[in-house]
Design a protein around this ligand. Structure first.
Ligand code: ADP
Length: 316
């Protein structure tokens, strides 16, 4: 289990991480989500014992990152955002080199190297020079060096940045697989990344924790309002419809799309999340002789929620 206690980091006067506290269960895949500059890299560097905190501390599997940093380092694998590879080396030599640095025993060295080559899908390229591999394969090499000592915790900083869509899918699949038998903490500024791979998400902004929970849980909990779209026929005046809709309790019109083609207009209505206003809306419009063509609700996506959260924070 990982316990982060009031961790802060200043770079001069810049507060990069501000009093963060959270826990991670063994076996969990945790995603750090936040816009660029939110403090994700700084947080991960501190957990990986690459950067001392300004205040606070963290305990990783019972060892303190400050007092027992060597013991922590032995138990983790870390892939920094800028994957540091020796591009002139071949894949196998590099992984072997990383294994030696991490103190993998001589007797188990070959077995460990072969095993990560296999697990990370490097079986066909292990003889090749790293510099000649695609970015996707280079990222696999980066992950392979991070797991060669079979760490209990794997820390991946923006593991799919700069990859093409196919490579992104491959790396996500690999991360999910690796997460089956270890704890993984990964960071991303892209929401689908964490919502697809992680059991739990921690959203940070300006170094502070904004929200935490499973992707579904966050979606439900943070949904403050819901959207309903109403299409009315061109024979009606959208202004009339707007007046009628606005008179309904808890409903407000946020957008009227200009009539196109058949002359119909699409009106988007926002209402508080705990009431489904479709029935009341339809009744009122029909009562008032507004020709209603369709009505449907629009789910607020996790993406919308994320943008709202970080914008509200930024405005505060
Ligand atoms: P993220 O990984 O979420 O993009 P970072 O942890 O890299 O965020 O950065 C958090 C904040 O700290 C940013 O404002 C960034 O400019 C600042 N920062 C990061 N590294 C340094 C550094 N070495 N020196 C000064 N400021 C830094």
């Amino acid at each position: 289990m990982i316990r982060v206690r009031e961790l802060s980091k200043y770079y001069g006067v810049t507060k990069a991480v501000d009093n963060l506290a959270f826990t991670v269960e063994r076996g969990e895949v945790l995603g750090f989500l936040g816009p660029n500059g939110a403090g994700k890299t700084t947080m991960m560097k501190m957990l990986a014992c690459y950067l001392p905190p300004s205040s606070g501390t963290a305990e990783i599997f019972g060892f303190d990152i400050l007092e027992d940093s060597m013991k922590v380092r032995k138990r983790i694998g870390y892939l920094p955002e800028k994957n540091p590879l020796y591009t002139d080396m071949d894949v196998r030599s590099f992984i072997e080199f990383a294994a030696r640095l991490k103190g993998v025993e001589r007797e188990s060295l070959n077995g460990s190297v072969n095993s990560v080559i296999e697990r990370c899908g490097l079986g066909k390229v292990w003889r090749r020079k790293i510099g000649n591999l695609s970015k996707g394969f280079q990222q696999r090499v980066g992950i392979a060096q991070a797991i060669v000592n079979d760490p209990e915790l794997l820390i991946l900083d923006e593991p799919t940045i700069g990859l093409d869509p196919r490579q992104i899918i491959d790396i996500r699949t690999l991360i999910k697989e690796l997460g089956r038998d270890r704890t993984v903490i990964l960071s991303s500024h892209i929401l689908p990344e964490v919502s697809q791979v992680c059991d739990r998400i921690i959203i940070i902004n300006n170094g502070r924790l904004v929200a935490a929970g499973s992707p579904d849980n966050l979606r439900d909990r943070l949904k403050k309002s819901s959207m309903t779209n109403v299409r009315i026929a061109g024979s009606a005046d959208p202004a009339d419809a707007e007046r009628i809709i606005s008179s309904l309790d808890g409903a407000s019109v946020i957008r009227i799309e200009e009539p196109v083609g058949d002359g119909s207009a699409l009106i988007t209505v926002e209402s508080s999340s705990n009431s489904d206003i479709r029935n009341a809306l339809a009744r009122r419009l029909i009562e008032e002789d507004i020709p209603l063509l369709e009505i449907y609700s629009e789910e607020l996506s996790l993406e919308d929620i994320f943008i709202r959260l970080v914008t509200e924070e930024g405005d505060a």
